[in-house]
Each structure stands twice: as structure tokens, then as C-alpha cells.
Design a protein around this ligand. Sequence first.
Ligand code: PMV
Length: 333
Amino acid sequence: MIETSQVGIGHAYAKAILLGEHTVVHGTPAIAFPLPALPVRAVARRGTSGYVPDGHLRFVAGQTDTGTRSGPHVAVDAALSRWGVAAGPVEVTVECEIPLARGLGSSAACAGAAVRAVADLFDHELDLAALYEFVQCGEQVAHGRASGIDASAVLAAGPIWFESGSSRPLAVGLDASIVIADTGAAGSTAHAVAGVRAKLAADQLAANRLLCEAADLIAAGAHELAGSTAGHAVALGKTMVAFQELLAELGVSTPGIDTLVSAALDAGALGAKLTGAGLGGCVIALTWPAEADAVSAALRHAGAVRTWTVSTDSLRAAPPSLSDTRPERDRKL
Ligand code: PMV
């Protein structure tokens, strides 16, 4: 017999890509990190309480007649069917503090939290590899052909080096700050990825040159992130700016992104670039800790609808335990 509790709880976090978005779809590595400041919490319970599903943030899993399903819904259905546990519907509610469609991994984080909540509900052991696989099932729906960088980063305990579908932790030696600024414009990952694919396919020679250049920048970025001198921070800033130029060449920057990148650099940032799929979404800027407030203010002045600042120091620390949901599990919700 399957042990169940009344309610299952799961968590995950937003992510930001430092280097390698888009080119990772075409075989380069990428560097990303979770953002514990932007959490997602999911609650799963058996049965239905008659609330109105809205696809992404509230859905009823474990049913056969589901029609069009969101990424998180697909991820949970994949888990339930693999485990063979759902003898009836399972209601999932996701409380997401991550702005949607801004390149911060909201779809993967919602899916990760939802699958963790359902595993908790059914007392099912869930290892990271299985969780990644379920989240990826959802990401394929949300993004078309997802590289896996989002699924890996939202489940990670710190910065990761992602390559060919697997990830490893990355060392952080820098003492700097990263300011994330929201352009306020929603971007479509599927649309941006399709545009880049078409662009690369149009000129194979230029594509190879650009992807080699991207791979060199990403490798340099990992080395610079691990370094502890001021020179490493300055070099990482330059690497970010060079990567932004490649992304602009790929057609995923916008006037809104360009304005924020320039504003950050004019305010003293060491580097700035879009993060995620682009065509809207967010910009990240690397700054000295003492300059972070000024860069953040400049980004807002230039039109950012909100900003968040994280220290590279906080990237070293693992986020609060993602797997240990026990303290909350018996709370009546
Ligand atoms: O969905 P986003 O904005 O977090 O971007 C995902 C990163 C891409 O490289 C653009 C797509 C992918 O699957 O790697």
C-alpha cells in the first residue's frame, strides 16, 4: 500500500544564465545559477476542490482527459505515470514569486516545485536525476527543444557548468554583485530559439565561427568567476559584454535590453548582458559591491520595472534545503 500524507509541499528557485544562453542549444556549455531570492512553492493534495484551473499555476494532474497542458502539468503527469501512484486526481497549486516569461526560469522552477510537492504527497523518493527528467518533459512543452540548462539551474544548490545535458558545480572566487533588471517586456523562449536556429542555419560558416567564439567566452567566464582578484572581475565583465554582442548578432536583443545594458555600463557596471532567451525579459549586470545600488538605480531610471541584487558571496552558499519539506508537510492548508 502507498503511504500518503494530506498535503505535499515542494520548492524550487528562479535561475539566471551568466553565459551561454542560446548557444547552449547548439552544443556549447553554459553557466547559470539559482536565485533563492525568487522562490516557488507548490502544494499538492489528492482529489479536487472545484477551483478553476489556470494551466500554469493551478492544475489537476493524474487525469486522462486533460487537453492542452502547461509545462508543470506535463512534468507532474510524467512523474505520476512513472510512479503509478495516482489512483485519482491530484490538485497542484503553485505560488510563484518569479515573474513569468522574463528569462528567469519560471516554467522550470514551477515544474520542479510541483513534482517535489507530488513526491512529498505520495512519500516517493525523488533523486535529482529523475526530477531533472520530469522537469525536462515539461520544458519541452514550454520551450520546444529545451537544452536542459533551466531544469538544471532551478534545481541546483549553486552556480553550475552545464554541458551536453549534465551539470557540475562551479567555483566562485569573486567578490562582486550581480544586479538583475526586468525590462518589463515578456519574451517567448520558443520564438527566440526558433529565430536563432534560423539565423544559424542561414550561414553555416558564420554559425561555426560564432559558436566557437561563444564557447571560448564561456570557458573564460568560468575561469574568471573562480578567480579572486579585481582583474578577474574586470575580465568577467568584459566577457559578459562580448557575449551580449554575440546575442545581439543572433537577433535576440531588443532596444529595451540595449538601453538597460548601456545604462548599467554608464553607471559603472563591469559588464552587462541579457539573460535567458531575450526578446524582452531581463538583463544582468556585474558590479563592485559598492556600486550595486548606483547601478540598480540607473537601471530603474532607464526603465527597468524592478531590480534584484545578489552578491557573488551568496552564490557560494547553498540555498535553503530544497528537498527537506517535512517540517511543513502536516500543516493544514
Ligand atoms: O526560457 P529562458 O528565457 O530561461 O531561456 C532558456 C535558455 C535558452 O538557451 C534560450 C533555451 C534553452 O533551452 O537552453
